[in-house]
Design a protein. Structure first.
Lengths: 209, 402
């Protein structure tokens, strides 16, 4: 039996500025992740538009949207999605290589990011040899690899214990302090509390901002 | 990291599955390699046999074929006329008949043989391994013969041995004489089949065995043209007599290719197609399974901005690696298999023992590689489509929920 159409988001109008730190919260199924995916140029809205750095994303080809995601937006996922056959170093280096960065620049940036997330000593470890918190830190480093203007995180502490989640939240603070805009979808009140703006969502709408 | 490097790491990540996949491609590739060898093996081998016989033109009666050769009337005159052509270097007349031989002695058993009469001492197709070749001129006394190694071994014949010979032409056996012949050589016959028993003699010896004076008949005239003069020689011979067929080695090959060899070519084509279909299914299934197991990773890579072409390149390389490693291993495995199968097939009755069914040619390796590469590329199409067209957001959501 065909399912009826579901409106995941409706009447949402938000603006994220260069140095914003936005937390999106709400019950499961309220459209938080859909909003995040639209903000990240992963999903296309069926109506309305998304303007990123002055460009209407809905008019761009998929290859151009991919390029924006690669170079201007960083993604952090709940389940990390590190490539299991690559080391921490290689996982961080991969997006830079894809973006066309030269090898010396990649090397310097990867070393810098591993230091930044406190994993310099784990550079040659594969994801299976890292803890959940360490994997998420590698994922954050990977997301920052191409110096994005916007970092999007979907339940970044969802798979972590409270203490490790707090460490990740602190890392986000640091990333934001260094000038990267962050939008984080979270159920974790401690993470949401650190954001400068808080969007509460319900049934596909932003109810408080 | 290059697409190649990433593909290699992906394959190495599941060693058991990769080893099984490579083993599968190796087995399938070996069978494909065998079928490709078989598709041209007989042609190449038979061509080699023809060329090594030392003659490039064959003249037979117009109503005959290479397999069934009725006598050419007054072949001697024809041969003399051919020999006078400036394009011709040498000629030989050939006759064959069935007969029996036995060692001297009243109670010795009779052994069936094929008797070959030739005017050429080197026989245009046998190699003397013991003793001497047939004399070029007339020889006094008992007709000289060269026997093949199988007959020599069976009857313990050596140069100097004597044999009783009688022909067994249908309907005339009782009228044919029993003659004693003298073994002067033992040789390997180019066109002999496994188990064949051959005796070769001069045309004079052949006439003695028939109990008649030389009757100027022959089944075939073999002609060696001068270098570069094969085509004009062919045309000149054809003009000499309308009641003969003049065939170049190419035409003989074409005749065999249309008839006897076409079965093997068709079998080879069918089995090659089947092996390629198996290779396609194996690779497509493995890659599809592999993609389905890492949809989350693929979606994440796409979300991180990796373009579709990069995902496609990774999968193509994975396919190329599986096919490349398996296909390379298939060559030696297929080679060994070909040797075994060749040995079995050459035991078939009536097949010249020096004829090979599986003949290695560099072009076969190239064709094998090209077919496997194409199959690998086609097999990767569906997994590539699956990976590059997946809905990123929905896949990520599903992976989180699962």
């Amino acid at each position: 039996m065909p399912a009826g159409a579901v409106t995941a988001l409706g009447d949402v109008d938000i603006r994220v500025d260069a140095h914003d730190y936005v937390a999106i919260t709400g019950p499961s199924g309220c459209g938080k992740s859909t909003l995040l995916h639209i903000l990240g140029c992963v999903d296309q809205p069926t109506a309305g538009s998304l303007v990123f750095e002055g460009r209407d994303v809905s008019t761009l080809k998929e290859s151009d949207r991919s390029r924006i995601r690669l170079t201007r937006i960083g993604f952090v996922f709940q389940r990390f999605f590190l490539l299991p056959m690559l080391t921490a170093w290689e996982n961080i280096e991969l997006p830079q290589a894809e973006a066309g960065a030269a090898k010396p620049a990649r090397r310097d940036r990867t070393r810098e990011l591993l230091d930044y997330v406190g994993l310099a000593g784990r550079r040659d470890h594969r994801p299976s040899q890292l803890s959940g918190g360490e994997m998420q830190r590698v994922a954050i480093a990977r997301a920052l690899a191409n110096r994005p203007a916007l970092l999007l995180a979907d339940e970044p502490t969802g798979e972590l214990d409270e203490e490790t989640g707090a460490q990740i939240a602190s890392l986000f603070d640091r990333v934001h302090g260094d000038g990267t805009a962050i939008v984080v979808v979270t159920h974790n009140p401690a993470v949401a509390a650190r954001a400068g703006r808080h969007l509460a969502m319900k049934s596909g709408r932003v109810i408080t901002s | 990291m290059t697409a190649w490097g990433l593909a290699w790491r992906t394959i190495a990540r599941s060693p058991a599955r990769s080893v099984l996949a490579v083993a599968g491609v190796t087995v399938i590739g070996a069978l494909l390699f065998n079928m490709l060898l078989l598709s041209r093996g007989l042609l190449v081998s038979f061509r080699d046999l023809l060329d090594n016989a030392g003659y490039d033109i064959r003249v037979i009666a117009a109503q005959g074929s290479m397999a069934h050769r009725p006598p050419i009337a007054d072949a001697t005159s024809l041969a003399e006329a051919i020999a006078r052509l400036p394009e011709v270097e040498s000629i030989a007349l050939v006759r064959t008949d069935l007969g029996q031989v036995s060692a001297p002695g009243e109670n010795a058993a009779w052994t069936p043989i094929e008797l070959i009469g030739m005017t050429d001492s080197k026989g245009g197709g046998w190699t003397i391994v013991k003793g001497s070749p047939l004399p070029t001129g007339p020889s006094a006394g008992e007709p000289p013969v060269v026997v093949n190694t199988t007959l020599a071994s069976m009857l313990h014949l050596e140069p100097g041995s004597r044999l009783r010979l009688r022909l067994t032409s249908a309907g005339s056996a009782s009228a044919l004489p029993l003659v004693t012949v003298r073994v002067i050589g033992v040789g390997g016959f180019a066109f002999e089949a496994s188990g064949d028993l051959n005796v070769a003699t001069t045309m004079a010896g052949f006439a003695v065995a028939h109990g008649t004076p030389a009757d100027r008949q022959a089944e075939m005239v073999l002609v060696a043209s001068r270098p570069g003069a094969a085509a004009p020689a062919l045309a000149a011979i054809a003009r000499l007599r309308p009641d003969v067929r003049v065939l170049s080695n190419d035409q003989v090959m074409a005749q065999f290719n249309e008839n006897a060899f076409s079965y093997f070519r068709q079998i080879s084509a069918v089995l090659s197609s089947m092996t390629l279909a198996f290779a396609f299914l194996l690779i497509a299934t493995l890659l599809t399974m592999s993609v389905n197991q890492r949809l989350g990773e693929v979606a994440a890579l796409r979300a991180l901005g990796f373009p579709r072409r990069r995902i496609a390149a990774n999968l193509l390389w994975e396919s190329a690696l599986l096919v490349g490693i398996g296909g390379t291993a298939a060559i030696p495995v297929g080679g060994v298999l070909a040797i075994i199968l060749d040995r079995i097939l050459r035991q078939m009755p009536g097949v010249p023992a020096r004829l090979h069914f599986f003949v290695f040619e560099p072009r076969t390796v190239v064709l094998h590689a090209a077919l496997l590469a194409l199959t690998g590329a086609v097999a990767a199409l569906y997994p590539i489509w699956l990976a590059t067209r997946l809905p990123i957001a929905a896949t990520l959501r599903r992976e989180i929920l699962s």
